[in-house]
Design a protein around this ligand. Structure first.
Ligand SMILES: *Cc1c(COP(=O)(O)O)cnc(C)c1O
Length: 372
């Protein structure tokens, strides 16, 4: 392999970022960052300019998700991974049930299972490429599952399990903003800014129900030791004042606020969902029409509209395809590392133009043909 394989310029997407997180950030968000450069960047997060940024994020998300009465948008530092610890400490009273069908769902299940103050978690698992659903159980007080399993490209419905008293805690890190949701079916719908919200990482955001806020208050007053950084009630108090407990990444907030307002200006969640659905219907139809490509998720309704996984025939080395695409400016379409499949994984978050997804599949056709 000495002569580099050059994809003709006419086939290339306008933007070559298809990574599943960090993901494509729109040019206008970078412009917003530059504009806020000297007025907001490098200024105190306890003063009006940064606090109004946090308020824009909270109010924008409240509108985007049509928040039911009493629900609140809460945020803190540390990304979704930190929220797993927050939820383990502040939302699970005695026992959690997890539906696990990939790496991310598995990590939260491990967090609650390893907590010495909780009973062993109940884990309902399914093989990667399929989904597991929660099942009614009398002894669990939290049901948890990912809306979109970013490691496999499978998505699951977000619907409460019948019964009283248990909280529904949904990992929407990659699903929020691009997949449909009725947040009244959840008590904590949490995510981070570096997926559909096209910003940088480092924050967690969670739409909380009154029951979740109440549960956190009860647990924290019960005497359980909770590090302040991971306290949900502390996060709620700070969020209500448009702050975080410690210094946030201001650039992340600027790009996040811009993305949320862009989504609203385009038509809100209905528009973003339709845009991701347009990209993903194209991707899956394309894969089905090639005899060397197959959608990894077999059941069509479980195929994610925001993260598509496409298996390639064993005769085609996906690593090689990924490498050639990268040399041509199309980046991050490798599969989730631990899945270990001969696969391409393609993000189709709302920031990604469906025309670019169409261009990408043309480029893949070109590369596969050239490598043959
Ligand atoms: C990316 C991702 C996470 C981890 O998010 P961080 O902000 O990096 O902690 C968790 N869950 C899902 C479903 C993800 O896609």
């Amino acid at each position: 392999m000495t002569t580099p394989l050059v994809i003709p310029a006419r086939l290339l997407p306008a933007d070559g970022r298809f990574g599943s997180g960090p993901s494509k950030i729109r040019r206008a968000q970078i412009d917003a960052l530059v504009e806020a450069g000297t007025t907001v960047m490098g200024t105190s997060h306890r003063q009006a300019p940064v606090k109004s940024l946090v308020r824009r994020v909270r109010e924008g998300l409240a509108e985007l998700f049509s928040l039911p009465d009493g629900y609140e948008v809460v945020l803190g530092n540390g990304g979704s991974t930190a929220f797993w610890d927050v939820a383990t400490l502040c939302l699970v009273r005695e026992k959690a049930q997890h539906a696990v069908f990939g790496e991310f769902g598995g990590k939260f299940a491990a967090a609650t299972s390893n907590a010495p103050f909780l009973a062993d978690s109940q884990i309902i698992s399914a093989t990667p490429g399929t989904i597991a659903l929660p099942q009614p159980a009398d002894d669990v007080d939290v049901y948890a599952w990912p809306q979109n399993e970013t490691s496999t490209g499978a998505m699951a419905p977000v619907r409460r399990v019948p019964g009283d008293g248990a909280l529904t805690v949904i990992d929407a890190t990659s699903g929020a903003g691009g997949l449909p949701v009725d947040v009244s079916e959840t008590d904590a719908y949490y995510f981070a800014p570096q997926k559909s919200f096209a910003s940088d990482g480092g924050l967690w955001l969670s739409v909380l129900s009154p029951a979740a806020i109440e549960r956190a208050a009860q647990i924290e007053s019960s005497g359980r030791w909770i590090p302040e950084f991971l306290s949900l009630t502390t996060a709620v108090t700070n969020s209500r004042a448009d702050q975080t407990i410690n210094t946030p990444a201001v650039a992340t907030l600027i790009m996040l606020a811009d993305q949320v307002e862009w989504m609203l200006a385009q038509g809100g969640l209905g528009w973003t969902m339709a845009r991701s659905a347009e990209s993903s219907s194209h991707l899956y139809a394309w894969a089905e029409s090639r005899d060397w490509a197959t959608p990894f998720v077999e059941t069509p309704e479980e195929r994610s509209a925001v993260v598509g996984t496409i298996d390639l025939d064993a005769a085609i080395d996906a690593t090689e395809v990924v490498r050639v695409l990268r040399e041509n400016g199309i980046v991050d379409v490798f599969p989730y590392r631990k899945l270990g499949r001969n696969q391409l994984r393609i993000a189709m978050f709302p920031a990604i133009d469906p025309d670019d997804v169409r261009a990408l599949t043309d480029c893949i056709d070109y590369v596969v043909d050239a490598l043959a």
